[in-house]
Design a protein around this ligand. Structure first.
Ligand SMILES: [Zn+2]
Length: 369
């Protein structure tokens, strides 16, 4: 390891010190993978499937990778942040980069970056209906004219497609046709949480690039750099995925929702909680949010029943310990399965308060001895 490598390794916790001003950065736990992978760019595959757990920064990796591939004077394989290509990338209009993502994702990223989605369909038509959550076939077809244009100074062309599970069967097949006869100088970066939810023939056309999840210390150091406190509670609440923890913290929730302790405190003393009052506060939140919290609570309760420390809500360890050891294991398992089924339906329109009431009642019944 050279002194330069060593100093970079040590500065991973404070990546901004060594970071060039104008290039997207790999996350600290991605640097080793990125260097090894970008080091083989002479014999680079034309399509990569970047996959790994949700919330570990796969898109950050793919964006930094795209910048590195497009950079004219990369340093150690990574984008320099100073050349013309890096400046274009930073301003969001590098001609050799395309982002292919659902309209809804583009809108979330901000109007400034939504131009790619609008190219495929004029804003007037798009504004008449809800933004699409799928990657549509016209977005894949729109790439054709781009493939026929020469790249800037003969460099790479990078198509960044995310999340790959947003491809529907038709657009996935269109992409498959493209990958069967790949255009020259073009690299596809597909980002996905779970490759097994993609069209197998599409996956077979891609080289896989599994991304690692960070260890707890690295994740905590990074979260503290992002001013997320208490970092340990947020990281636990997100199941160890630091980007998910950051999003939750920025979303203004508490790492451990207060209603969870309101639910557990009476149960720990063998009393019945005020389900009606809690249902009223839950009905205002998206069902997916509080069902997630209840599912995590059940994981912690079952761990407690097995004499294990909590995974998601360390702040509630005392309460989950008491409730977990006295609950009825069979009824708890049934309630957990019920929650999983409801989670799949959580985006459907339903009576929020009734639904919250029913869910809480089940949880309470399963937690009583
Ligand atoms: Zn550069």
């Amino acid at each position: 390891m050279s002194p330069a490598d060593r100093s970079r390794g040590e500065s991973r916790g404070a990546q901004h010190e060594a970071a060039p001003a104008n290039a997207p950065q790999f996350l600290p736990w991605q640097l080793d993978t990125a260097r090894a992978w970008l080091g083989q760019r002479d014999r680079f595959a034309h399509a990569w499937l970047v996959h790994g757990l949700a919330g570990i920064g796969k898109l950050d990796f793919a964006v930094a990778a795209a910048a590195s591939l497009l950079c004219e004077t990369p340093r150690d394989g990574l984008a320099c942040g100073h050349c013309a290509a890096c400046a274009w990338f930073a301003s969001g209009n590098h001609p050799d980069l395309r982002r292919i993502r659902p309209e809804a994702v583009a809108l979330e990223e901000g109007a400034a970056q939504a131009e790619a989605a609008e190219e495929a369909e004029p804003a007037t038509a798009a504004s008449k209906r809800a933004p699409s959550k799928e990657i549509r076939i016209d977005q894949i077809r729109a790439l054709e004219s781009w493939f026929n244009t020469a790249t800037h100074r003969g460099g790479w062309r990078v198509a960044l497609l995310y999340p790959a599970q947003a491809l529907n069967v038709i657009s996935a097949n269109a992409l498959l046709k493209v990958l069967e006869e790949p255009p020259p100088h073009t690299v596809f970066l597909l980002v996905a949480d779970a490759p097994d939810r993609l069209l197998p023939t599409l996956v077979s056309r891609c080289r896989r690039l599994p991304l690692p999840a960070p260890d707890a210390d690295t994740a905590l150091r990074w979260l503290r750099e992002q001013n997320v406190e208490p970092a340990r509670d947020w990281l636990a609440a997100a199941g160890g995925a630091p980007l998910a923890a950051l999003r939750m913290a920025q979303g203004g929730q508490a790492p451990c929702p207060p209603w969870l302790s309101q639910l557990l405190e009476p149960l720990a003393q063998g009393q019945a909680p005020d389900v009606g009052g809690m249902a009223e506060s839950l009905e205002k939140a998206p069902p997916a949010e509080w069902i997630d919290a209840l599912q995590r609570l059940f994981t912690d309760l079952m761990l407690a029943a097995a004499g294990q420390p909590p995974r998601y809500f360390p702040g509630l360890a005392g309460l989950t310990g008491k409730v977990g050891t006295r609950m009825n294991a069979a009824r708890a398992a049934e309630a957990a399965r019920w929650l999983t089924r409801q989670r799949a339906l959580a985006s459907h329109p339903l009576n929020g308060k009734l639904f919250a009431h029913a869910a809480l009642q089940r949880v309470v019944l399963s937690c009583q001895a």
